[in-house]
Design a protein around this ligand. Sequence first.
Ligand code: DGJ
Length: 331
Amino acid sequence: MPRLSAVALLVSALLAVPLSASAAPVTVTNGTQFTDTSGNVVHAHGGGMIKVGAHYYWFGENRNPDNTFKAVSVYRSTDLKTWEFRNNVLTNSSAAELRLANIERPKVIYNSTTRQFVMWMHKENGRDYSEARAAVATSSTVDGNYTWRGSFRPFGHMSRDITLFKDDDGTAYMASAARNNADLHLYRLNADYTQVSTLVRVLWRGVSRESPAFFKRNGIYFLVTSGATNWNPNQQKYATATSMTGTWSVLANVGDSTAYRSQTAFVLPVQGTETTSYIYLGDRWAGAWNRPVNESQYVWLPLKFPTSRTITMSWHQRISIDTATGVVHGL
Ligand code: DGJ
């Protein structure tokens, strides 16, 4: 009998173990600077994430004290709290036009045909804000040194705040703020993701939206964006569509009037054994209190879905993330 009980205990213990390599639930504290495993501040401002194997790779802005470009830095984590610095994948010495520059909002997607990781970002000259260019860099490994592929205005249009989205069929899109941020453009990328192939549509004209971030949930496409108020936070809004190239809904508010003093950087799907959660990744820009970008903080909040096409977001000083189960909730 005792032997049988021991076996039963073992079986039940085994069944309770998540079938994933990811770690246990962690707590992330909002409105703070995160630190990496070496104790250094994580500089991944205006960033985005891509999951490769068991790791989430977080790319973002790492700036000099005068706010000019220092690097695009990449960190990785399995639990979204323990961040290991991996590399400065793009630096001042990666290209002549990066010696003095501003690089904002880097985003990376993977092209399974070319087997290249493709980064798009917003590029300025480091002196003023007149260039309004998109720029591209590529690498055969996610956290290797990226090769600069140049900067340009897509079809001649100004291009500032930028994001990427790769659909399930491999079609990739770039959206960026055009015409001095008045319009938000949606472009389809070419097969290797290094160029725009068409201007799909002007998502909104004359509405001054910045910081676009797409995600897809149960076949519905969502786009979260901010208004344009420099470093100061403002009302985030969102829209939905049943296809990327189709008609997008009118913009609706999400979060409070300042997104809890933050601006959208990215929306991260966390797919686990129980569910898929969607985390709003926001920047609380230090420019709002006249400090350099590298003093900015992070605001991460779970999105909720009252219906299939609506989202809500409320404030939590701390959130719990379980990358094994996919369960994310406020504390
Ligand atoms: C708001 C943008 O979203 C940021 O990326 C940055 O460009 C600031 N404006 C600069 O004022």
